[in-house]
Design a protein around this ligand. Sequence first.
Ligand code: BJW
Length: 286
Amino acid sequence: MSASSNEAPPPVVPPNLKSSFQAYLRTPSLRILVVVGAGLSAASGLSTFRGAGGLWKSHNAMQLATPEAFDADPVLVWRFYQMRRRTALAAEPNPGHYALARAAEKWGKERFWTLTQNVDGLSRRAGHPEDAIWYMHGQLHSLKCFWSEQEYDGCGWVEEVHKDDIPIPDEGEFAREDVPKCPKCKKGLVRPNVVWFGEVIDEAMLDKADEWIAQGGPMLCLVVGTSGKVYPAAGYARKIQKAGGKVAVVDIEDRGEDEKADWSFVGDAAEVLPEILQPIVNGEAA
Ligand code: BJW
């Protein structure tokens, strides 16, 4: 074994950046709003949407992720989401998911609240406390009704689906008549319970997020692995800055300038988050 292989690996996060960030974590009564995107799950092997290899590079979002697309071709949309569901179930949460989950356990929902755009279920499987996370774009492992008198709103039927009870053909050819019908109203087709473009995000939760920010006091928006292209998620960093809070970005690309961030951690969220959140997870920042 060469002498150089015994050397400690270089730190993932530049020490000065880390110490100034961690000093801020010790601010009394600090509250943190975490805004999560697909980059958090990249180290688990799941594709992001917009970068190289991103889902929207090889698939047309407007043919797959709008209610009009489902209306026009439910089979195509089901195939896409079956593929996504299978891939997500085969993946495992990574240390970034666990770091956020443990930090939320330590500080509780009032002080460490996560808004995730991810539908993959990995935060849940990492044990993230349910009351401290909002799945703002829904969940892959949930289904709902598509039909109603008011266009596309559904009759209200929603159900969680798990590994062995996805109620539609798994692979290969299936036709429109194979797409399951809503068991409640028996009229609508069953669709994934995710939020597509043009669909309204839970307004009560949007209000709750605005109220959270309006409480004021020391605040941090921790933006993790999101390109900041989709609203309303993309707007929270700016809102927190306007309210006097600070912003930290964790991304494999340098997005600090886009967000006018106080701290920009350029690296894999799976490596950076466990390192920078250590004082919370270890109970040193309370
Ligand atoms: C790594 C990494 C590693 C890589 N480590 N980092 C202003 C206000 C309100 C609405 C709008 C508005 N302007 C426009 C709108 C409408 C629209 C919108 O935003 N359009 C834009 C495209 C312009 N928004 C909507 O329609 C939303 N609805 C809504 O707002 O309703 C309320 C309302 C309506 C009208 C008025 C007022 C209120 C709904 C948006 C739904 C988005 N749906 C999707 C699909 C979900 C289901 C599915 O998964 O299939 O959500 S699209 C897709 O984009 C998915 C994602 O959640 C979302 C965000 O993507 P994300 O996570 O940022 O991924 P990427 O790929 O873009 O970025 C990955 C990042 O990770 C990159 O930065 C990489 O560098 C980084 N990375 N590896 C760390 N290892």
